[in-house]
Design a protein around this ligand. Structure first.
Ligand code: IPE
Ligand code: MG
Length: 219
């Protein structure tokens, strides 16, 4: 979810306003995901490298996560959304850690959408940590990467907003065969219609996973 700061700059607001309006886009996208056939949605909310930003911005973002987790808990349970968090949660302020634990517990039964928030997340760190846990098989390793959640291992579609065309340490292992969709739209302007466009585009892609299409005749 990229482009909050630029969105605010363009309007003469502080970056904080961009993050706050970006939260509205999160709500719209989470709402739309199940009807577009999305089973798991992972939102990159804050990278481990984002700690390099000024303390006032990281503190504001932490407050925003906290209010998102507490304010949206009711809606999440009502809509059958299971919310889990990946990333270095030990680095998060204690109230945010407590809110995460509460939301994960309360939404455990959600079946309509698995919403994963990546907070203080680094794919390289997650890979090193999963290896350190001594996983002996690939399924064990992938489960460790998914913070103990089976079934969230492979990414089908990766959408990056805000015009940048890079992965920025996001789900590097899981994106081995992800279809990439780069959108110039700044995150606060990203709507359900943009998500639908990305999913339609994805449906038109030919996915071969290194093999051949069944209907391609042998030369
Ligand atoms: C949101 O966009 C990503 C977060 C870390 C919350 P940015 O804050 O990176 O916005 P830009 O790239 O400066 O526009
Ligand atoms: Mg950015």
């Amino acid at each position: 979810m990229d482009g909050n700061g630029r969105w605010a700059d363009l309007r003469g607001h502080s970056r904080w306003v961009g993050h706050r309006i970006g939260c509205r886009a999160v709500r719209e996208v989470v709402d739309a995901a199940p009807r577009l056939g999305i089973g798991t949605l992972t939102l990159f909310a804050f990278s481990a490298d984002n700690w390099r930003r000024p303390a006032r911005e990281t503190a504001a973002l932490m407050r925003l996560f906290h209010s998102y987790l507490t304010e949206d808990l009711g809606t999440a349970t009502e809509r059958g959304v299971r919310l889990t968090v990946i990333g270095q949660r030990g680095r998060l302020p204690a109230p945010v850690q407590q809110a995460i634990a509460g939301v994960e517990r309360a939404t455990r039964g959600g079946r309509n959408l698995h919403l994963r928030l990546a907070v203080s997340y680094s794919a390289r760190d997650a890979i090193v940590e999963a290896a350190r846990q001594g996983a002996r098989s690939r399924p064990q390793f992938e489960q460790a990467l998914a913070a103990g959640e089976p079934g969230a291992a492979q990414v089908d579609l990766l959408i990056r907003t805000g015009g940048e065309q890079r992965l920025s340490d996001f789900l590097l292992w899981e994106c081995a065969y992800a279809e990439l969709h780069f959108s110039p739209v700044l995150w606060p302007d990203f709507t359900a219609a943009h998500l639908e466009q990305a999913v339609d585009d994805f449906r038109g892609r030919e996915r071969r996973f290194g093999g051949l299409l069944e209907d391609v005749p042998c030369a």
